[in-house]
Design a protein around this ligand. Structure first.
Ligand code: AMP
Length: 395
């Protein structure tokens, strides 16, 4: 068992380096347009404040690639944080390392917050540079992480600095890790995994690992066509990853060997070109005419997948069932979201697109766990260790 902040004895007056994932969307005026990630960090922040800690918040925002970019500054996020904590003094440092910021951490009083500028403004962050990590460690007495969304990265603020200080997970990270590990270790059966999205390469190893654990894997979205082609089905002009065909064939063979079921779409909504204003054409079966692109799962597939989901006691879902950004092809994703919302078992949803559709349909209260880290949760489901979790001390 990994340590959580509940296992830390005396936080009074301690400087806590709190690594968060505040990678929130900003509009052109720098306003935060979705503050889900700020809200998700609040239980840990409030707990640390009540315990009298001095909090130094560190996060990344976007991909500035080691350069200072005003459009990716965390200053607007610090301002948004004030709405959540109107009575707390929140300071901002334009530097993440150096004498000036070190001095600011020593001047912090109990129950105050210092927010650091975007950590990815420093090239050393993504290189997990040890000197940089040491300079970050000088800012604090304890390291706490709630940055589940970044925990699969070997970065200085995720892994390097955590090694140098007594450490623990925050509430969000603890919930993410425990829920996902429980799923991979002893999920209630029938255990159904629903995977979609465009890139087979991202999820093929997840399919492979889940074959050992899940009873059924339902595949939709662009990634389905590589599997269909691997089976010899005509997929027309649909998305395909030719270099993954052999692996897809191997996975389908393995599934048969272990008596596990991989379901692929049995009908499709298609279009002659990849555009919004096209009238969907429905196929009657699994084959797609040579001139068409598969854009969404069809109604027969929706019915079949929904029935399997309704009987499941555990469901995990990651990735849309079609090009859901286009209204004409959003039906499959929305109907699968509804089926998962109606399922009485444990339901876990990860990945930006799947979460967006759950939120649009106002189903988030019907889901057991919405994972804040798409990539990290997939890596955990794939059976890989996460550097940001591994580095946390055991109880
Ligand atoms: P990913 O980033 O791999 O999770 O994929 C998400 C993207 O997959 C979304 O932007 C969808 O529009 C896209 N997608 C889903 N189904 C299809 C499809 N049949 N063809 C092309 N793109 C798709």
């Amino acid at each position: 068992m990994k340590k959580t902040i509940k296992n830390l004895d005396d936080l009074q007056g301690k400087r806590v380096f709190l690594r968060l994932d505040l990678n929130v969307p900003l509009d052109e005026n720098g306003n935060v347009t979705d503050d889900t990630r700020i809200a998700a960090a609040m239980p840990t922040i409030k707990y640390l404040l009540i315990k009298g800690a001095r909090i130094i918040i560190c996060s990344h925002l976007g991909r500035p690639k080691g350069e200072r970019k005003e459009s990716m500054s965390l200053l607007p996020v610090a301002k948004a944080l004030i709405n959540y904590l109107p009575l707390t003094k929140i300071k901002f440092s334009y530097d993440c390392i150096g004498e000036k910021v070190e001095k600011m951490t020593h001047e912090l009083k109990n129950g105050e917050i210092l927010m650091l500028e975007n950590i990815r403004f420093y090239k050393e962050e993504e290189k997990n540079d040890i000197v940089f990590a040491r300079r970050l460690a000088r800012l604090a007495d304890i390291y706490v992480t709630d940055a589940f969304g970044a925990s699969h990265r070997h970065h200085a603020s995720v892994e390097g600095v955590a090694r140098l200080l007594p450490n623990a997970m925050g509430f969000l990270m603890g919930k993410e890790v425990n829920t996902l590990l429980k799923i991979t270790e002893d999920a209630q059966k029938p255990f159904v995994a629903v995977l979609g999205g465009s890139k087979v390469a991202d999820k093929i190893y997840v399919v492979m690992n889940l074959l050992k654990k899940a009873d059924a894997i339902l595949i939709g979205g662009g990634m389905a066509y590589t599997f269909l082609k691997a089976k010899g089905v005509e997929i027309g002009q649909s998305l395909v990853e030719e270099d993954k065909l052999d692996l897809a064939r191997e996975i389908l063979r393995e599934a048969e060997k272990y008596n596990k079921q991989i379901f692929l779409p049995i009908d499709h909504k298609c279009a002659p070109n990849f555009a919004t204003n096209v009238k969907p054409q429905l196929t009657s079966g699994q084959d797609i005419p040579k001139h068409l692109i598969g854009m969404d799962i069809g109604p027969k597939t929706v019915k079949l997948y929904s029935k399997i989901i309704s009987k499941a006691r555990t469901v995990i879902w990651n990735g849309p069932m079609g090009v859901f950004e286009f209204d004409a092809f959003s039906d499959g994703t929305n109907k699968i979201a509804k089926a998962i919302g109606a399922c009485h078992g444990t339901t876990i949803v990860g990945g930006g697109d799947s979460i967006a559709s759950i939120k649009n349909l106002k189903l988030h209260n019907k889901i057991t766990h919405i994972s804040t880290g798409g990539g990290a949760s997939l890596q955990l489901l794939q059976g890989d260790l996460l550097p940001g979790v591994e580095v946390i001390e055991n109880i």
